[in-house]
Design a protein around this ligand. Structure first.
Ligand SMILES: Nc1ncnc2c1ncn2[C@@H]1O[C@H](COP(=O)(O)OP(=O)(O)O)[C@@H](O)[C@H]1O
Ligand SMILES: [Mg+2]
Length: 282
């Protein structure tokens, strides 16, 4: 737990260079769900993130965009506990979570999907969700599951079937994940994250491998879980149409620095952002 970690709402504008800030229509409340302050990390002397601050309100959908190599996945890894930032602190639901391993952060209500799909080819779709469902309850039966000794209960099945219906995989419950397309594997990952009933769903490039129709359906799904379940969403995504459909507010990273934040159309019109994306000033 860091000394001198900030009180809520006390963060000054971060960064060595100025960040373009645009009002995003939704006023910041006094108690964010997730708050990261001045997170910095480097690899072999190269700064992957420099003083990046993030704030996600309860139930808010926030997009993180930026060119390849900007540090988006690294930021996710710092927020979820896969990486330990060299500097900065991360708070969730009013408490510092620095130093907590990923599984403890998941139990607090932070679930994520990965840019490179992380599934087990021989396990069925249902099994993937079952492991997540039992991890959410944390009832200590996981070791039995690994030994295949524990039967699926009716209430577990009901919850899993509801999530399978939500992500559109109801017909594939018994299919080994190795037989699925990349797009369907992404939906398995998303279903697994939803089984944890997170308060914050973090998705890293979820539309990769999906066609246009699947991407639109996915965007609708994110909106639904946000609106119906009150889930906050942090979305890293290169498909700007999808970002526009899902988020209330966007942040732009470039070379590990936050360069702009606000409404997506406003930040994308920012000359610094256009230069980062298009290689020229707009
Ligand atoms: N584990 C790591 N070891 C070394 N370099 C890394 C590691 N993780 C990320 N990086 C570097 O950090 C930078 C940002 O990468 P990344 O966060 O994956 O970017 P993005 O997701 O925006 O495309 C890149 O230069 C990448 O090579
Ligand atoms: Mg990435």
């Amino acid at each position: 737990m860091p000394d001198g970690a900030p009180a809520h709402g006390a963060f000054p504008a971060a960064g060595r260079r100025s960040v373009s800030r645009y009002h995003a229509g939704r006023p910041a409340s006094g108690s964010p769900l997730l708050e990261a302050r001045s997170v910095s990390i480097e690899f072999g002397g190269i700064r992957a993130l420099s003083d990046v601050s993030v704030r996600v309100e309860v139930g808010e959908a926030v997009g993180i965009v930026g060119p390849n190599g900007a540090g988006k996945t690294t930021l996710f890894n710092c927020l979820c506990g896969q990486y330990c930032p060299a500097r900065g602190s991360v708070w969730f639901d009013g408490k510092p979570i620095d130093g907590l391993p990923s599984y403890r952060r998941a139990r607090l209500g932070i679930a994520r999907t990965f840019q490179r799909v992380e599934v087990f080819p021989e396990m069925t779709v249902l099994d993937h969700l079952l492991v997540a469902e039992r991890a959410r309850r944390g009832d200590g039966r996981l070791w039995k599951d690994l030994l295949n000794m524990s039967r699926v209960r009716r209430d577990e099945l009901d919850r899993i079937e509801a999530v399978l219906g939500l992500v559109g995989l109801a017909d594939m419950a018994a299919t080994p994940v190795g037989a699925l397309s990349l797009g369907h594997c992404r939906l398995v990952e998303l279903g697994r994250a939803l089984c944890l009933e997170p308060r914050l769903l973090m998705a890293d490039e979820p539309s990769s491998g999906l066609d246009t129709g699947e991407t639109a359906a996915l965007a609708d799904l994110f909106r639904r879980v946000q609106q119906e379940k009150g889930m906050a969403i942090l979305l890293v995504e290169h498909d700007l149409d999808m970002v526009a459909r899902v988020v209330d507010r966007a942040m732009v990273l470039d070379f590990g620095e936050l360069v702009a934040e606000g409404r997506l159309d406003e930040v994308m019109a920012d000359p610094l952002v256009r230069r980062a994306y298009l290689g020229r000033a707009g």
